[in-house]
Design a protein around this ligand. Sequence first.
Ligand code: ATP
Length: 513
Amino acid sequence: MAQEDVFKKIVAHAKEYGFVFPSSEIYDGLSAVYDYGQNGVELKNNIKRYWWEAMTLLHENIVGIDSAIFMHPTIWKASGHVDAFNDPLIDNRDSKKRYRADVLIEEQIAKIDEKIEKEVAKAAKRFGEAFDREQFLSTNARVAELKAHRDALHERFSQAMNDNDLEGLRQIIIDEEIVDPISGTRNWTEVRQFNLMFRTEMGSTADGAMTVYLRPETAQGIFVNYLNVQKTGRMRIPFGIAQIGKAFRNEIVARQFIFRMREFEQMEMQFFVRPGEEMRWFAYWKEWRLRWHKALGLGDEKYRYHDHEKLAHYANAATDIEFQMPFGFKEVEGIHSRTDFDLSQHEKFSGKKIQYFDPELNSSYTPYVIETSIGVDRMFLSVLCSSYEEEQLENGETRTVLHLPAALAPVKCAVLPLVRKDGLPEKARAIVNDLKFDFATHYEEKDAIGKRYRRQDAIGTPYCITVDHQTLEDDTVTLRERDSMQQTRVPVADLHRLIHDRVSLNSLLRKLN
Ligand code: ATP
């Protein structure tokens, strides 16, 4: 099945099984805004809990905060967002559609890369075992031509972005003969800058209302609380502050389901270090964050780093952790070395001294910062996409199953009486009452047992517990495991231990220690 179709199925599945709904759906939806349903919210909360506990429990020098979404507007002046949190946009006059000029060019570069890969695949097929990829890339004339074109285009693009050269971006789109995918024409407008922050007003107009912004990132709430936390927590450098919260961006083109939303959630951690030690800590967090991802077991080959060549003016290193989505490798998390830019800016704009006295060095300095920033919704999407399978069974049937990491699954076990009589429902309820304090447990008695198994498979429940007549005699049940569908007879008394071993967050966290 084409990846595009797989993705459509995943989106439909997310809705059908109560994971993600389009926002305001009965009013035909609101573009790029989504609601999480009864299963989605549990999965999302489990992702957040995994992050929060991994960051704060496993690092004794990291604490959390929860700052407000509204902040003093000068914060966004100091951070650079008022002046520079822009995307270059371009319209097509025929389709009346709006695009990000930089994305159109990036897609063009990706197309050339794809062409190169096609040449490689063709040659690999032709030469078989004897194929040497590196040699082919360096000697084939067609590839050399494509590579030269790609590199020149990339260079021109980076230059235009660095220089904020909007006319230059437009010229690239013209020269590359990029067409609008909808109208198929090259009837482009000028390129304009568009600020991504949402604004609103605080206070009544009679009092003189103040323009405030919905925060486009949670990080600034951490920076402006740096002094509060450092002093009240008596924190010593190096230390970190973590936060999970909503962020808002008026994205020009919001596509790909919950990958790019206008209201989303971030999990960010700012780690404050001595100037000069930032590269060591950057390397540490780059490695540690990837370990956090890989511990979920979604497949190590699905991740890659993408080191930034073009750095923001305040950064001295940056990398993305990319995940293989059905629509290609995409950024899920960013790790940035932000120097002392943010704290210095806030010191300048607020007039308050933001320094750290280092008792070991006997001197004061503005700490440097390593940031790890991950989108909850993108993480959710990567978990969902890599867990979804339409599995062909030996009996010729297909079952749709979510192989969710057990610790993240919305429901950990379902207790199912085989029939709705003979005291089986009562026995099943008694088991639920015992397990529910430790695990999200479902009770289900409707429909044939096979159908109930399928429903639990579709929401990724790791275990089904079936209560039958034998249970009443010897206090044993059938424990069915989601992925292997294997059923084993186990004593009711062992259930807690057996389930706990697999589904607890604890076991996931231990992998990171
Ligand atoms: P992109 O290049 O995809 O726009 P970004 O580099 O602007 O992302 P950051 O500002 O580094 O993103 O934000 C950190 C993380 O927040 C991203 O890695 C991503 O997971 C998440 N994120 C950013 N924008 C969105 C969005 N519009 N919808 C959902 N998640 C987002």
